[in-house]
Design a protein around this ligand. Structure first.
Ligand code: PGA
Length: 256
């Protein structure tokens, strides 16, 4: 299905908040139509590919950073920032601040969790369920980030199950592939099951890049023909710099 080093789960994403509870066959179609590949291959750079609307996409992963004070300031900066229209913008605060950010952030920006539990909630100490994320207005979840793989020890099968559950319950998934030492000789084949031998074709596939993206290099990166957006870590903690990265879509338009 996907690149050699991409295991059974390759990254899944929907392009709009509305994701019906389609199960069985139509669910599979949903997964494939929303396929998104993400790679965090630290210390190297990473690439995210996804199928969706074709719109420029910028996600800010705040990781395990922030306090009420600093996040209040960041949300205020983001709320007053001017973003180009034709960009999907998503930020991902730590769990404990999700509700606060979700209820205070402008509707222009959607909110993502940085992890979710593999199934329905219950006796799973320390975990957060997809249902709970949806309950507070969260639209997305990042799964399979290299930091969760390398530090926490999550594997492909576990992440794949999480992704399937989250998607099935209507959450968008920003999913990451890992253990790719070099992308030089890799061709990613996006072959949705529903498109093979059926005469139907995938309309648009986005590929976004992650790894040390910042306000200084984003314009140059955005110009690259095969980059349709970014997954941003450190630089997403500064509102004005994150806005600069979101608005680098204008470089892409000029280059086109
Ligand atoms: P960075 O993080 O932008 O701080 O390099 C990117 C990521 O971990 O996805």
């Amino acid at each position: 299905m996907v690149a050699t080093s991409c295991p059974q789960f390759s990254g899944l994403r929907r392009s709009s908040p509305i994701f019906h509870n389609a199960r069985s066959q139509s669910f599979l179609q949903h997964i494939n139509s929303q396929l998104r590949l993400s790679s965090s291959r630290k210390p190297c750079r990473s690439v995210v590919a996804m199928a969706g609307s074709g719109k420029f996409f910028v996600g800010g992963n705040w990781k395990c950073n922030g306090t009420i004070d600093s996040i209040t300031k960041l949300v205020s900066d983001l709320n007053s920032a001017k973003f180009e229209n034709d960009v999907d913008v998503v930020v991902s605060p730590p769990f404990v601040y999700l509700d606060m950010v979700s209820s205070s952030l402008t509707d222009r920006i959607e909110v993502s969790a940085q992890n979710s539990w593999i199934g329905k909630g219950g006796a799973f100490t320390g975990e957060i369920s997809v249902e709970q994320l949806k309950d507070i207005g969260c639209k997305w979840v990042i799964l399979g980030h290299s930091e969760r793989r390398h530090i926490i020890g999550e594997d492909d099968q576990f992440i794949g199950k999480k992704a399937a559950y989250a998607l099935n319950e209507g959450l968008g998934v920003i999913a990451c592939i890992d253990v790719v030492p070099s992308w030089d000789n890799i061709v990613i084949a996006y072959e949705p099951v529903w498109a093979i031998g059926t005469g139907k074709v995938a309309s648009k596939t986005r590929i976004i890049y992650g790894g040390s993206v910042n306000g200084s290099n984003c314009a140059e990166l955005a110009k690259q023909a095969d980059i349709d957006g970014f997954l941003v870590g450190g630089a997403s903690l500064k509102g004005p710099e994150f806005a600069t990265i979101v608005n680098s879509v204008t470089s892409k338009k000029v280059a086109a």
